[in-house]
Structures are given as structure tokens and as C-alpha cells.
Design a protein around this ligand. Sequence first.
Ligand SMILES: NC(=O)c1ccc[n+]([C@@H]2O[C@H](COP(=O)([O-])OP(=O)(O)OC[C@H]3O[C@@H](n4cnc5c(N)ncnc54)[C@H](OP(=O)(O)O)[C@@H]3O)[C@@H](O)[C@H]2O)c1
Length: 249
Amino acid sequence: MRLTGAVVLVTGASSGIGAAVVRRLADAGSQVVAAGRDPDRLDRLAAETGATTLVTDLSRPHAGRELAERALARYTRVDVLINNAGVGWAGPFNGMADSLADELLAVNLRAPMELTRALLPGMCHRGGHLVFVGSIAGRLGVNGEAVYAATKAGLDAFAQSLRMELAGRQVAVSTVVPGVVDTPFFARRGQPYRRRRPRPLPPDRVAAALTDAIANDRAEVYVPRWLRLPVAVRGLLPAVYRRLATRFG
Ligand SMILES: NC(=O)c1ccc[n+]([C@@H]2O[C@H](COP(=O)([O-])OP(=O)(O)OC[C@H]3O[C@@H](n4cnc5c(N)ncnc54)[C@H](OP(=O)(O)O)[C@@H]3O)[C@@H](O)[C@H]2O)c1
């Protein structure tokens, strides 16, 4: 999909990876609709990039569908949907409040489904591109992040299934699988990232890979690329993977 002139809706645009994606898209000449919760950060991004902004809380029921309708009311079409908004939580599953689990499910999984359902008919008609920002947590599972990992695994399965369903149609589907990225995500999930390795990547590395996936119709990108390796080991040698994961965490 050509980015120049494309109408692109980006969720989670007010911070981290989403804001970096908006900057790249604006540089490429896209008409960007930047959605997020924080109006002040969105206003600053709009002043810098010229993006249109929409404030929304995607944890609310039907918020995804409403956001899609608001974007269509503004531009009459959305060519590219980037499902990037996400929220984490770290700690023992036993101690996780139901309300937090509901929030993760709503923002990370339900809202992308609602947005996709609302925008897909137009895309099937005119062509389009769906992007899902997953996580290596959804591919491998993570100790202390059971619900977050489950939402991202669900998003992966949703994207993969849609890709099969839409094969031969005019709608492309890309999944972006980041590792550790230097954004407010960790502080917000209530547990800072403390490991020395892997080192957090700048959010623009993910934004570059994501926009490249749209421009060159890539089904799946890992950022960094070596993350394919543990996923392959887990698939081919699950017992070896489990031993390594227990040892190195
Ligand atoms: N950082 C990493 O290491 C990492 C690794 C793998 C995958 N990811 C994924 O990458 C995506 C972007 O995360 P990030 O690292 O850029 O984190 P971030 O800086 O915390 O940004 C998260 C974005 O999601 C939005 N968001 C959260 N809850 C929302 C809600 N209820 N309604 C609407 N928007 C909401 C936030 O909006 P406000 O700021 O306006 O609240 C923010 O724009 C997420 O899906 C995350 O799971 C991140």
C-alpha cells in the first residue's frame, strides 16, 4: 500500500511506538488520524505532524466501533488501520484484579476486533491494510504476564486467521512483533524493565519496521529480527525451550 495520501488510523498514538509511527507516516505524506486517551499529548503531536486527533478510551464497550465511525465521519474512508494501543500488567495472576484483566482484554483484543469489523467492509471494497502490533510475549508467554501474553496471542491468532480469510482480496494483514522497546509501557504496567539484556530499542525502530511492512506488504515482522530464533526453538524443540526459559527467564 502506498503511504502517500493514504488515510491511516493509528490507535495508541499519544505515546511510545504509536507516536513514532505517526511521525513516520506524516513524513511519508499520509493523512493520519491519531487516536489516544491523553488530549494534551495528542495536541502536541498534531501541532508537530499535522495529524487529526481523536480522543477515546478503548476500554469502554463499543469504543472501537465508535472510533471507526468518527474516523469515517472525518475522512469518509480509512485505508490503513494500525491497531497499536495496548496496556500491560505484571505480577502474579492470583493477585490480578478482575477489572485489570478486563481492561487488558478490552484494549488489547476487543477494541482491535471492533475497529477491524467496522472498517473491513470499506477496505474489501476499495483495498486496505490492517496492522496489528503484537508482542513477543504473545509468541512465547512471559512469567508474571499471563493475561497480557494471552491478549497478544489472541491478537496474533485473529490476525493470522484474517490473513487466510482475506487471501486473494485487496486487504493485506501485517503483524508486528516487538521485543523490548523504550517507552512508558513498563512504568505504566507497574513494574519497570530491569534486565540488562535485551536492551530496549528506540520506538522509532518499531515504527520504521511497521511502515516498511505496509509499504512492502509484509505479513510479519519481528523487531529486532533475531526474536524469530526463540520462537523457532520453541516450535521445533519445546522441551529445550522450556529448560532455557526456566534458566534464563
Ligand atoms: N514497549 C514495549 O516493550 C512493547 C513490547 C512489545 C509490544 N508492545 C506493544 O506496543 C504497543 C504500544 O505500546 P508502547 O510501548 O508504545 O506503550 P505506551 O507508550 O504505554 O503507549 C500505549 C498507547 O496505548 C494507549 N492506550 C492505553 N490504554 C488505552 C485506552 N484504554 N484507550 C485508548 N488508548 C489507550 C495509550 O494512550 P494514552 O497514552 O493516551 O493513555 C498510548 O498511546 C502496545 O500494544 C504494546 O503492547 C510494546
